[in-house]
Design a protein around this ligand. Structure first.
Ligand SMILES: Nc1ncnc2c1ncn2[C@@H]1O[C@H](COP(=O)(O)OP(=O)(O)OP(=O)(O)O)[C@@H](O)[C@H]1O
Ligand SMILES: [Mg+2]
Length: 255
């Protein structure tokens, strides 16, 4: 099976400083991937290279066998949706209209929205539990409510790839779980890549975990393989205890 996303030895620097130091990865449909690692290790930089917010070098990021840098932004938006780490919307848009923007990549230049668009937008908003906010202005939402709006927009975009950069950072525990469940449920025929910090949620939800440190992959694989005391010590410099219950792993810091 060909990977939907193939990253070949990606290197990326801001100014002189090398942040990604040669990362090679493949992402296949049907899997929920998590990227973990300490602050500043390059997670967002990697996500931005995949979403073309930053420009990777030629021949380093391939989506559906096409070099990302040869793809037009509309073509990318049809296949890839992104929920960024920091969301700022300063305009007084209605929540409904912001989610509807997810449909733009599927529309021709002067084509209006149709019932199919309205249907997918409503369903996406219901999944993210924000239908009740449809007439509110996005500037009047809490951080967590806004995060759910942007997630609904990503769902409405109806893409094969969804990138989530700390999508649960503003969410309460109930919504953190519900939110990850939404994306886990739809990952059968998609690639979901989430940057997450909560190692327990990562262990519960991920099919594959990519552990980064200083712009390099330290380990990659299922929770059993990656979430070890040794790896966590190496990457976060903390001691943890790991408990197994019913095939699930729970990680508790020793303080
Ligand atoms: N626009 C920029 N210009 C210069 N340096 C940057 C820029 N953005 C990020 N960096 C630096 O690149 C490094 C990696 O940043 P990145 O945002 O990828 O980290 P991260 O792993 O996502 O961290 P966090 O967990 O804090 O979100 C950091 O040292 C950061 O200071
Ligand atoms: Mg980040």
């Amino acid at each position: 099976m060909k990977s939907l996303i193939h990253i070949d030895n990606i290197k990326f620097s801001y100014d002189e400083k090398e942040i990604l130091k040669g990362i090679t990865l493949n992402f296949n449909k049907g899997k929920f991937y998590s990227i973990i690692g300490p602050n500043g290790c390059g997670k967002t930089t990697l996500i931005k290279n995949i979403s073309s917010l930053l420009s990777p070098n030629k021949n380093t990021v391939f989506i559906d066998n096409k070099d990302l840098i040869s793809m037009k932004s509309k073509e990318i938006a049809k296949i890839l949706a992104s929920v960024p780490q920091n969301i700022h919307i300063n305009y007084e848009f209605k929540v409904y209209d912001v989610v509807m923007m997810g449909r733009v990549p599927h529309k021709g230049r002067f084509e209006g929205y149709n019932n199919e668009d309205r249907d997918i937008v409503k369903k996406s908003m219901e999944k993210a539990d924000i239908w009740k906010f449809r007439d509110k202005l996005v500037t009047e939402l809490s951080g967590g409510e806004l995060q759910r709006v942007i997630a609904a927009r990503a769902l409405a975009q109806d893409t094969d790839i969804i990138l989530l950069d700390e999508p649960t950072s503003h969410l309460d525990l109930q919504y953190q779980i519900e939110f990850l469940k939404i994306f886990k449920d739809i990952c059968n025929d998609k690639v979901i890549i989430a940057v997450l910090h909560d190692l327990n949620l990562v262990s519960l939800f991920s099919d594959e975990i990519i552990m980064l440190k200083d712009g390099e992959i330290i380990d990659i694989g299922e929770a059993d393989k990656v979430m070890t005391r040794e790896n966590i010590k190496k990457v976060y410099n903390i001691d943890v205890e790991i408990y197994n219950d019913n095939n699930k792993r729970y990680i508790l810091p020793i303080i």
